[in-house]
Design a protein around this ligand. Sequence first.
Ligand code: ATP
Ligand code: MG
Ligand code: MG
Ligand code: MG
Length: 477
Amino acid sequence: SQRIKIKALLTGELTGKEVTVKGWVRAFRQNRFIALNDGSTNNNIQIVVDFENTDPALLKRITFGSAISVVGEMVPSLGSGQKVEVNAKTIEILGDCNPEEFPLQPKKQSLEFLRENAHLRFRTSTFGSIFRLRNTLAFAVHKFFNDRGFVYLHTPIITASDAEGAGEMFRVTTFDPTKPPLTDTGEVDFKQDFFGKATNLTVSGQLEGELGAMALSDIYTFGPTFRAENSNTTRHLAEFWMIEPEMAFYDLNDNMDLAEEMLKYLIGYALEHNREDIEFLTQRLLEEEKQKPQAERSEMTLLEKLQFCLDNDFQRLTYTEAIEILKDSNHNKKKKFQYLIEGWGADLQSEHERYLVEKHFKKPVILTDYPKDIKSFYMRLNEDGKTVRAMDILFPGIGEIIGGSQREERYDKLTQRMDEMGVPKDELWWYLDTRRFGACEHAGFGLGFERLVLFVTGMGNIRDVIPFPRAPKTAEF
Ligand code: ATP
Ligand code: MG
Ligand code: MG
Ligand code: MG
């Protein structure tokens, strides 16, 4: 008979039938009960072993982590922990797992340990839940946009455009050590790297995405993004995935509406399709919180936090209004400088963002109309000449999850900003053409996929929500 996944077996529909099940041993008690897992769910299927009629040499090889195949009959369980179980007829060892050498233990492992053994962490329930959720969210992204008629557009990964340097870039070099592309003085000539052009790994697909939006109306990208972040935060990776929709005939309000609708849809989709995983992670967090002093524990569980996000409008306010609140908070706190802000014009630090979201409004916040000097050249200038139609969406426990804007579609205004900010117009001639030929109002944003997964899983470190983290000191992959 064909292998059935454990998630399907646990529904009990096959009771009375002979089944084949394969997986990895999570526990083996009293030479009799195997808890078997195949990654389809965190719940194990119980295999009941007829130990009196089983070769003792084989029983010895059923250890934590070993891979086995079982043929047996699905029966209602006599135990209290599960509805059904499998009475084993034959057990085959597919792969031994020497407990003396296997780094994982049946007990709970610390996240630090699992980060150091990242190649094995897939085998734990926590990471099983995280990566199933990550998969569901990625699928939901495509579903959300395709249901709304957006075209999935692949933008280049090796590119000459640096999207105005959203972060430090990784240079792409063709490197033949026997004949590196050299200048007259013998240095590596990066200008020759990509068939005569200097190139880097993409930091954003936005500028290319705008080309698509100017003809297809609504597009989105969803691809790997690279930034040589030389910091060690819990929110930054050197390689992350970004979702960047770009819409023609959208203003900033339309942009905010779409972003809020999308975030709620994605969270709702995960709640509906992976509730079991979210409940598992909620429980895990509750246990973690028990270690903390009462005052530091969060008021809501993960499940409640996600539901709260669905049920409430995001708070929308301008940067200028936010500065007033921050100044006020600083004043009220009698100059405890924790939330000190330099004043209008300064970029918000993450502690300011967290204050607004977690202490002041206690809900997701959309901040708009930032000073032009701290934002990119392509954002549309407001009538005041000082602010631009930018929006940052800030989430509790995460900080910035989305950055976006209405784009500057007026050729003269755009080129003026490029001159002011030293953005080379000649290199972006193709981008400027969108403003010369049939320009129209348009907008878009970038959602950091891992920050979304962080929020939905309640994890604390972005390295724990991507299968193969690429960041300083993660050289093994
Ligand atoms: P931050 O202020 O957190 O550094 P940013 O303003 O530099 O982010 P944007 O250029 O606005 O980032 O990119 C859009 C989104 O991509 C961000 O809102 C965030 O969700 C995500 N993002 C940016 N940098 C990283 C990174 N290094 N690792 C993971 N996600 C990132
Ligand atoms: Mg950044
Ligand atoms: Mg930012
Ligand atoms: Mg940003």
